[in-house]
Design a protein. Sequence first.
Length: 277
Amino acid sequence: MVYLKFRDSSFLRRCNNAEYAYVGTKVISLVSATGLETLGIPEEFFTKYQARKAVLTNLVSMSRSSVETTKINEMEAKIDGLLKYMLSVISKARENPIAAKKEASLVLYNEAKVYLDITKRPQQQKLEVISGLLHDFGQSDMAVHVNTLGLEAEVEQLTLLHAQFSVLLDNRSSTQMKHSEETSRKVRKDMDELFEMMIAIVWAKSLTESSEDLTSFIKCVNKVLSDAETAYNKRTAKRTESGGENTETPETGNNVFDEDGDSANTELDEAAASGND
């Protein structure tokens, strides 16, 4: 009798977090579809694996905060552009032949001199400095000069952008603090250990029990691992072909004992696919 073994999963250590999390999702679905009692997996192991997978999913979302950072950078660019325009108008108006505008520019320029390096400040500092600028320009005696130079619309727009900028920075800080105690390396290490323990239990049970459910489960897990490794290899190959340095040479699994493992298409596999795609 030929006993099935689980496919080597060492390549997962080279996958990115999203790829690793996808495999975790599939494993959870397969375990749930088969049942802990059938597989012999202690509920404690599976519960911990699910919990760590949930943390990894959050970390993947956090890593996608590049989208959030992009929004922050775009907002900052708008603010910088607006500030440069306003300060430029104030500076140039000092040479204005119209006395009222010249006077207004001189007053505003003296007030704004401390803000000339504002666009070079770090984001959090910039937020505070803009608050000071808006406060100063909002004073009744200053507001008159702002209106004289026709900058009231710009001040109003800066006030709006400043508020939006503040919200974006606060949201990013909250996200970072929420996950500051977790690292993907630690989470994945925990998941690796739990996964190895669970499949060791299933394999050991399959040696003593003749069960279609156990055989199907092993085939389906092997299929998930095979698909994940194929996708990983394609991704890294594209990077190499495009001229990028490929430092993620996968460790190809070489202990697949199931000839049909890569083509297993059982009801269990379909249940996993439909539940997580």
